[in-house]
Design a protein around this ligand. Structure first.
Ligand SMILES: [Zn+2]
Length: 137
């Protein structure tokens, strides 16, 4: 889908801090994080809802969700990692993986990277561009 923001991230037409990817899915840091490390996992092919992902792709999609959640458990030092799907903000299936920031213990180096990436002026500017794109959809 040409104008879809997440499809543009998959095709690398829009920048993103990509954490992991496999044949069917990609995981990246949310530019509007609820907490440090808040990540999104999306299928590489455009599907409106998570429930629309064909089973051939769904296994790899959920495998990547699990990989991100386990990674965030390990790096945040906190077993409590929330998972959430709503799907109203961007009409491309996506799953939020959100560490509980109240007790996160990110190593200092990772903490700095997350601050630099998730709270940089460039990404806030990009967030404005994304808002405009989303309003057009
Ligand atoms: Zn899309």
């Amino acid at each position: 889908m040409e104008e879809c923001v997440f499809c543009k991230i998959v095709s690398k037409k829009l920048p993103a801090f990509i954490l992991f990817e496999n044949e069917s899915a990609i995981a990246f840091l949310n530019i509007r994080p609820y907490t440090k490390g808040h990540s999104l996992v999306i299928p590489k092919k455009h599907h409106r809802w998570i429930w629309d992902i064909p089973k051939e792709e769904a296994a790899q999609f959920f495998e990547l969700c699990q990989k991100v959640a386990k990674h965030l458990q390990k790096t945040s030092g906190n077993e409590l990692v929330y998972s959430l799907t709503v799907g109203e903000e961007v009409p491309h299936a996506h799953f939020h993986i959100i560490p509980n920031d109240a007790v996160s213990k990110f190593p200092k180096a990772l903490d700095d990277v997350i601050d630099e990436v998730a709270f940089s002026p460039e990404l806030h500017e990009l967030a404005g561009v994304l808002d405009e794109l989303i309003e057009k959809v």
